[in-house]
Design a protein around this ligand. Structure first.
Ligand code: GUN
Length: 293
């Protein structure tokens, strides 16, 4: 029987553990604080940020939300980030991507103080992560959440052939790096595939673990997978559908055909998404402990 991973359940367990850690911090006089910054015309971003704020409330993190006018000059965003960097009640800062076009996203991520960079997007933190477990400060939320899911469902990474489809800075690159690291959640043999890969199927067919993070609806189907594979679907794509909202969410994997072949698979929604949110809370608690400890 194919096991369908329940990301909501694993994320709920993590939130419960974090609530305890937060109570301990509070008793020592620190309420962890997370600031989210939104400057975007992407319709999904507002929903994502409000879910992150709701999560904060649930576990006892002080959520601070800043929304900037989409027409405001880029400097307004940098000033906001500088103020949050200087605010002792803010331990983590998340600048929601994508940003409006007048802002250089890379510059914005670099403006966040590295110790408050709970996304792990700042080059200092990316470098520390790549340098290895003993150097790392944070792990980025989506790859970190995926490692937690693999561990929770006893998916062995050591010696596994892992194929990461997609090479984004947010998911593909750090995912590939973390799976290859020499530690308990790594030691996989990792291949990174992308839009210029000549024969994607030749790679995915050979993979024990496939992580799909390309942002193309149902890009990978069951015929491209190895029998018994673990399939992790990072995609959240809106496609037109006759629903109340006029769309439905599908992943980068065609779930129906993939589940026939896979041993373990994440659904969309309810797989990776809740874990990304849980690991943001995790990084915020880590940031608060380290800034006050
Ligand atoms: N947009 C989509 N995913 C993410 C994320 O993990 N962090 C931020 N800041 N923006 C995103």
């Amino acid at each position: 029987m194919t096991e369908v991973i329940d990301g909501n359940a694993v994320a709920a367990e993590i939130r419960e553990d974090l609530s305890d850690a937060i109570s301990t911090l509070e008793q020592a006089g620190t309420v962890p604080g997370l600031a989210t910054v939104l400057m975007s015309d992407d319709p999904a971003s507002e929903t994502y940020v409000s879910m992150k704020q709701r999560d904060c409330e649930e576990v006892g993190i002080n959520g601070i939300h800043v929304e900037l006018d989409n027409d405001a000059p880029a400097d307004e965003l940098y000033e906001t980030i500088a103020d949050l960097n200087a605010d002792d009640e803010v331990h983590g800062i998340l600048v929601q991507s994508p940003l409006v076009e007048q802002v250089n996203e890379r510059e914005a991520f670099r403006a966040v103080a590295p110790e408050k960079d709970v996304d792990c997007f700042h080059p200092e933190n990316v470098g520390r992560m790549v340098a290895g477990p003993s150097h790392a400060r944070f792990k980025p939320c989506t790859p970190h959440g995926i490692l937690k899911l693999l561990d929770h469902y006893d998916v062995e990474t050591e010696g596994a052939e892992a194929v990461v489809v997609g090479r984004s800075n947010i998911v593909g690159k750090p995912m590939a790096n973390l799976l290859a690291q020499n530690d308990a959640t790594g030691n996989a043999t990792v291949t990174v595939c992308h839009s210029r890969t000549e024969d994607l199927e030749a790679h995915t067919k050979n993979a024990d673990i496939v992580v799909a993070a390309v942002g193309v609806p149902e890009f990978i189907d069951g015929t491209m997978l190895k029998e018994g594979a673990t399939v992790i679907d990072v995609g959240i794509n809106r496609v037109d559908a006759e629903t109340e909202k006029g769309y439905k969410l599908v992943g980068d994997v065609e779930f129906a055909s993939a589940r026939e072949v896979a041993d373990t698979i994440t659904p969309v929604p309810g797989g990776v998404g809740p874990m990304t949110r849980a690991m943001l809370l995790w990084n915020t608690v880590k940031a608060a402990s380290e800034q006050t400890g």
